[in-house]
Design a binder for this molecule. Structure first.
Ligand code: SF4
Ligand code: SF4
Length: 247
């Protein structure tokens, strides 16, 4: 059964990993961070698995961040993920399983972020539990192939799929590039979950939003882990960065 469902999911989107829905209660690291209200079984009591879908962020576009180019790319990736999650949930439903596609961002704009910067469901922790990656000094999930340059979403389901397990070795090499590059001094060099001053990061996001060029993206652009590309010319980057909201 597992293989049949996996194959059908792969036909929709092959880039996914699976976490055991009970891992939120049994993994000491995740259970110490994620409240019970934000665990899969609180959302879907019949949950057995969480399917974590990923899509890569273009490193070329990220070289222009913060920019309108990256902002649009980010929006497109989010829409892409939502559509894939919905398609997978539809398939699981047709196969007789319960399935909930979780929206990839559970925030209410900048004001919501300032009041409570935690999401109602953390895809990063689902990805960690599925064995996709580990947390870096930049507070994001790092994968071996793309470093922190992936967007994620999750589908919680009653289907029982063979899960992955958290990686034993940290992927982050603690080079400190993210820490020294952060324009808001929001990273202090401590390992996750202690290393980010969320309010400083949100403060910068707020300023960029006023200029129409969120998200920031710098701490994921500079990370040396994963696939790198030859950057676009400085001339091009400067020309892109000229475009922002002017009221
Ligand atoms: S997103 Fe920007 S402001 Fe926030 S931690 Fe990363 S580099 Fe700093
Ligand atoms: S830039 Fe360096 S320290 Fe920061 S997350 Fe990447 S590998 Fe870790």
């Amino acid at each position: 059964m597992d293989e049949g469902i996996r194959e059908k999911i792969s036909e929709i989107w092959p880039y996914f990993t699976v976490a055991d829905a009970t891992a939120w209660d049994t993994d000491p690291f995740v259970s110490s961070l994620i409240p019970s209200s934000q665990r899969p079984k609180s959302i879907l009591p019949s949950a057995k698995s969480v399917i974590v879908v990923r899509t890569p962020v273009s490193p070329t576009i990220l070289h222009t961040a913060p920019s309108i180019f990256y902002k649009e790319h980010y929006k497109t990736l989010n829409i892409q993920l939502d559509l894939i999650a919905q398609q997978i949930a539809t398939l699981l439903d047709a196969e007789g399983f319960d399935a909930v596609p979780v929206a990839r961002d559970g925030y209410q704009g900048i004001r919501g972020l300032k009041e409570d910067s935690s999401s109602f469901f953390s895809h990063r922790h689902a990805a960690y539990l599925s064995g996709l990656g580990t947390f870096g000094l930049n507070n994001t999930l790092l994968t071996k192939t793309h470093g922190p340059r992936v967007r994620l979403t999750s589908i919680i389901t009653s289907a029982e799929l063979k899960p992955g397990t958290p990686l034993k070795e940290d992927i982050c090499i603690k080079c400190g590039k993210c820490v020294s590059s952060c324009p808001a001094n929001a990273l202090n060099g401590d390992m996750y979950p202690g290393g980010l001053d969320k309010m400083s990061c949100v403060g910068r996001t707020e300023k960029l939003a006023e200029r129409g060029i969120t998200p920031c993206g710098i701490c994921i652009a500079v990370c040396p882990i994963g696939k790198r590309v030859i950057p676009p010319s400085e001339e091009f980057v400067k020309s892109v960065q000229k475009y922002e909201l002017r009221n």
